[in-house]
Design a protein around this ligand. Structure first.
Ligand code: SIN
Length: 491
């Protein structure tokens, strides 16, 4: 048994925000991550952080924009906590040495993204914000934080609704570890790899949500999956995100006939809410039209968007030609493990932060650049909560069930089915097809616990994808109206 005060599963901004606060209290902290420590969605985030810090802004407006984007089904108190705490958290973060981009007068430069009423997004290194934030948080954590790489959490250790840690297995050696922790934090990100095109890291296969479900956690709003309208896409294959900040800086979506496709669709045109833009791009894409982001009006594109430039050029698209081929891809899960802004779940000792958590801040559709913010702010609130809440993990013997898996689908098959039945548009009469499809692969139709010790990491990832997909499809089937990212067609 490996003893640690705090076990954090995942290594993105939520995880590092908690760790960088708690390490001040001399706690023993262990972070386990499936890949290398910077391999997470946060490192790939290009957009930035939205925060009402400019002289023209007011956090009440940030609150209103967040609620409108979320179709007003957001948890209003959680949104208010996020936007009102954000300015101080960001200023404190800057004081630790974080450098955000400045304008020509030396003040913070504020960029624009969809559904924000004014320029409110701060960036670092142009479109390298997520990576720069991760790097700064890594610098801020001290030696009592042990980051264990290439290790997968197999299951949470839960007895009588009390969590005492997790069981893990190394990808390299196959060694199984039993962690005993007073506080266990899920920070595993979302579910992007359940879809064929995604902006998410390769490790993001819905493990946190599936483990939480097996542990008896309440889950919420699972049907709400945000598709980003502009992934660099060549011959149907996605190669990475082309940030919405590109449209914020003047990029325009055009068809292969030169038509500005958002012109007649929404008053905010290219900066309309993400679900609206994604649906329009996707509808045309399905008709066989090629869609491009026309960047002719953006000066110094390479300097402003080094990551987008790099991704394009790695895949043979010259940004000097001013046309980037795009199509939508799965980007962010608004739903997840039901949690308060402090990360508290219905399981004692188990917490959730970042995309895996559903605190209700995003409602039915997340406002752009609110997710890095959520990780930073709610990560800090979770750390404060832990400091004020003494807890000792219970000792118990883990019971591993005997249930085994035999025939499993390939990951690509799951991705194809998810896009078809619970993708950008959902056909009410057909969602049941995918629920039945999932169930035929497993002996236990409720996707319960299984013999994780004798199921290898690859198979367990597939089981987690099936579990997460099944839960999403069931949530989509029971939400009978179109709202935000859940768009249905009755047939
Ligand atoms: C983007 O850069 O377009 C993504 C920003 C976000 O999802 O918040």
């Amino acid at each position: 048994m490996i003893r640690t005060d705090i076990l954090i599963i995942g290594s993105g901004i939520g995880a590092l925000s908690v760790a960088s606060e708690l390490c001040k209290y001399n706690k023993k902290i262990t972070i386990i991550t499936k890949g290398l420590r910077k391999a997470c969605n946060s490192s790939l985030a290009q957009g930035g952080i939205s925060v009402a810090l400019s002289d023209e802004d007011d956090y009440h407006w940030h609150y209103e924009d967040t609620m409108v984007a979320g179709c007003n089904i957001n948890d209003a108190d959680a949104v208010m906590k996020l936007v009102s705490t954000a300015p101080q958290v960001i200023l404190d973060f800057i004081n630790t040495g974080m450098i955000f981009d400045k304008d020509s007068t030396g003040n913070l430069a504020f960029g624009r993204e969809g559904a924000h009423r004014l320029n409110r997004i701060i960036h670092a290194g142009g479109d390298r914000t997520g990576l720069r934030v991760v790097e700064q948080l890594l610098r801020n954590i001290t030696t009592n934080v042990n980051i264990v790489q290439n290790e997968m959490a197999l299951d949470l250790r839960v007895n009588n609704s009390k969590c005492s840690g997790a069981i893990t297995r190394s990808f390299k050696t196959g060694e199984i570890s039993y962690y005993q922790a007073d506080y266990t934090i899920l920070a595993t990100g979302g579910i992007g790899q359940l879809y064929p095109s995604t902006s998410n890291d390769i490790t993001i296969t819905g493990d946190g949500m599936a483990m939480a479900y097996r542990a008896g956690c309440k889950l919420k709003n699972l049907e709400f999956i945000q598709f980003h309208p502009t992934m660099l896409t060549i011959n149907g294959k996605a190669y990475g995100l082309v940030s919405e900040a590109v449209r914020g800086a003047g990029g325009i979506l055009v068809s292969d006939k030169g038509e500005k496709i958002m012109e007649k669709i929404h008053p905010q045109k290219d900066l309309a809410p993400r679900d609206v833009v994604a649906r329009e791009v996707y509808a045309r894409y399905l008709k066989g039209e090629k869609i491009f982001l026309d960047i002719s009006d953006i000066d110094n594109f390479r300097e402003k968007f080094p990551t987008v430039t790099e991704i394009c050029e790695e895949h043979g698209v010259n940004v000097d030609d001013k046309m980037i081929p795009v199509a939508p891809g799965a980007h962010f899960h608004m739903g997840g493990v039901e949690a308060t802004p402090e990360g508290v779940t219905n399981i004692d000792g188990l917490y959730a932060v970042g995309e895996v958590a559903c605190t209700g801040v995003h409602g039915a559709n997340r406002l752009a650049s609110n997710s890095l913010l959520e990780g930073l702010v709610f990560g800090k609130l979770l750390a404060d909560h832990i400091v004020k809440t003494p807890r000792k993990a219970e000792e118990f013997e883990d019971k591993i069930p005997e249930s085994k898996l035999d025939r499993l689908p390939e990951k690509q098959e799951i991705q194809k089915q998810m896009m078809e039945f619970v993708g950008i548009v959902r056909h009410t009469g057909k969602i049941h097809t995918i629920i039945d499809w999932f169930e035929k692969f497993v002996p236990d139709k409720n996707f319960g616990k299984l013999d994780i010790i004798n199921t290898d990491n690859e198979k367990l990832e597939i089981y987690n994808m099936l579990t997460a997909g099944w839960l999403i499809a069931k949530a989509a089937e029971s939400r009978k109206e179109s709202i935000g990212a859940h768009y249905i067609v009755e047939d």
